[in-house]
Write a protein that binds this ligand. Sequence first.
Ligand code: MCA
Ligand code: AMP
Length: 479
Amino acid sequence: MTGSRPEVAAAETLPALFAAGRPDDPDAVFLEIPGGEPWTYGATWDRAAQVANGMRAAGVRPGDRVAVQVEKSPEAILAYLACVRSGAVLLPLNTAYTDDEVGRLTADAAPALLLRDRSEVAAFAEGQPVELDDHPVGPDDQAALLYTSGTTGRPKGAMLTHRNLASNAAGLHGLWGFRPDDVLLHVLPVFHTHGLFVATNCVLANGTRMIFLPRFDPDLVFEHLGRTTVMMGVPTHYTRLLADPRLTTEACRSVRLFVCGSAPLLASVHRSFRDRTGKAILERYGMTETSMISSNPLDGERRPGTVGFPLPDVEVRLADVDAEGVGGVEVHGPNVFSGYRGRPDLDASEFRPDGFFRTGDLGTLDDDGYLRIVGRTKDLVISGGLNVHPTEVEEAINALDGVLESAVVGLPDTDLGEAVVAVVVARPGATLDPDRMRTALRAGLAGFKVPKRVVLLDELPRNAMGKVEKAILRTLLTS
Ligand code: MCA
Ligand code: AMP
């Protein structure tokens, strides 16, 4: 049996989606933990109710933000479910963020609660009843707040409603043909849309199990792949699997679907993976603000280098199309977020008057309707599926002793897709040491944002307007 049950497809809130998917048998396994006890649906629901009761007792009210910077663990999922059940707004934070980074985001979000350790989540459940008067949420109520940038400057927190998240997960559940015997191998972090709202919500909508790996680790992947039917990952995961001799047709035999997204998957990687395993990766495209926008088909051609067709109910158009057919990707639908928290200025600039959201990506549509992402208008580096905003890194570099100015660019990298590279100009008379600079940057920046390479130059190339010419820098550094 494939395709969504009617109750799943019709769900307009996360509680409705989860209720539609929840198995009748409370002993059915939801989380399989390598080396640990599994979490059944019954136990997960009861424990989430206890956490929700604990949060309420601590004063968290519906609509309040609950910030969660918790290592990947059942508790991180429980915090999410407790927010859903109590009507609180989940604010997931990258576990790599430093105290500075967390401080800046929480200053903007003003959460009622900040959880930074799995033991804190567990403590909220202690002594609490498993009965819960679930908060009755509506489709337009906010479910989550995700910051897409702004640990420096003015934060950009995307407000996502229940309709946004439930409609998207329900759509993917149907489109990707989830089945009662599916087992998802979960290798992603759970503080981003991909690991939380795509992978986890699809599993909850399906009422089946996921093998919940603590992190992406090829040894663990190959240990569990033989029992897996669905895996979702970023391109770096697939390149790393390809670099492993254990990746064979036999190892992938049980997998019916490999999904990839969050960054461009090279057509060459798509082809190599198919040659090695016999499986064509299904590439899809999305954004924190919009959840998933388009997907290659489950049945039909999964065209390498493309991100497929718009999801059901999602409209995609290209704006300001040039002679080569390249235009700005704009999107409209129940998936599109309600706006940036406290940023009417951004809402005005990023939404068109007719409600379409400007993604900042550049795309083409081929004759068969496949969307291809060919570039970005936004100054963004995507490294191993994680977004790095150059201005944030530049500001941190410019604050270091002896630095006159800097420019940060993404350069092609076989492992990460793009690697963060900084070009730095010293103040007259100052001597800079790239290694020391990288060490100094770690104090304030999460490790994945710290440039992999720091290159010293006498000056930065600028255009007539005085703007740094990053395209010239990229050419200079790659030639
Ligand atoms: C870790 N490091 C990185 C990255 N990750 N450096 C650059 N880019 C990265 N992505 C650095 C750490 O700072 C550390 O350096 C060193 O690598 C080892 O850290 P470790 O955590 O052991 O790394 P890893 O396990 O090899 O992680 C690489 C990874 C991981 C598996 C690719 O980053 C990952 O799982 N990425 C997926 C992110 C994701 O889920 N993105 C979806 C968001 P040092 O020791 O020097 O500090 S996008 C999204 O949700 C949209 C909506 C969408 O379309 O999906
Ligand atoms: P985020 O802000 O983390 O949600 O990242 C969203 C961005 O990731 C998009 O705007 C795209 O630039 C990029 N992205 C996501 N999926 C793909 C994909 N399949 N191909 C190319 N870029 C992608």
